[in-house]
Design a protein around this ligand. Structure first.
Ligand SMILES: [Zn+2]
Length: 229
């Protein structure tokens, strides 16, 4: 059991005070039920006992998928500047932990580390890692699909794309507009994923934030490097 911290929040609908238990970390191996709820987008949902209103209450959480050697830190709460401070502290904290582990056991730390800034990002990344995929190849794939779908639908605007698994295990990508509505879906293509995984060299990637913005820069650099050859 993880140590829980309790806090109170106010129901936005009826103003009832609701007590919420916050887990600082979630180990998918030790608490598979909680990991499942996280991947279904239910982990941060708080329901008001008085009026039944349900909404997300997100807080900093370290998600650990030991089976896939991946730790994902959710940095949320506070202003944008405060979140950036948290990100900086998490980066440094992870480096220190890695150095300490190496010093203690004499071998490299076995986990990769990621930082995400929303519960939805954590949910998506946990799903990607749980399915055994490389999130770097997946983000590059998302970026290329977004460019392709935008090109094919010039009248529509697509703000974001997410990997998603339906209840029956079907894998797909959801395309969102600016109002965060799903406006298109594309089935997951294993052959395309394999191409991303094999064609790009991710061995030098050191970033902890692996998202769509990262993918844009990564692909740009890869294209430039190819031009220089
Ligand atoms: Zn309420």
């Amino acid at each position: 059991m993880s140590l829980q911290r309790k806090t109170t929040i106010q129901c936005p609908k009826c103003q009832e005070t609701i007590e919420v238990a916050m887990m600082p970390s979630l180990n998918a191996h030790l608490d598979p039920e909680a990991a499942k709820r996280l991947m279904k987008g239910e982990f941060f949902v708080v329901k008001c006992p008085k009026c039944g209103f349900a909404g997300a209450f997100e807080y900093p959480l370290l998600y650990n998928d030991m089976a896939h050697h991946m730790m994902i830190q959710l940095a949320v709460g506070g202003s944008e500047a405060e979140v950036e401070e948290m990100v900086k502290a998490y980066r440094e904290g992870f480096k220190e932990t890695m150095a300490q582990v190496e010093k203690t056991i004499g071998q490299a730390f076995q986990s990769d580390f990621r930082i995400v800034k929303s519960g939805a990002d954590l949910q998506e990344k946990a799903m990607i890692i749980n399915a055994g995929f490389d999130d770097r190849a997946m983000e590059v794939m998302k970026f290329l699909l977004l460019a392709q779908v935008s090109e094919q639908n010039k009248d529509a605007s697509f703000e974001n794309v997410r990997y998603y698994e339906e209840a029956d295990g079907k894998r797909l990508f959801l395309f969102f507009n600016g109002a965060y509505e799903v406006v298109a879906t594309v089935p997951f293509d294993q052959a395309l994923y394999d191409m991303m995984k094999n064609d790009f060299d991710f061995s030098l990637v050191k970033d902890e934030i692996i998202d769509l913005n990262w993918a844009v820069q990564f692909v740009q650099k890869a294209i430039e490097a190819e031009g220089n050859e």
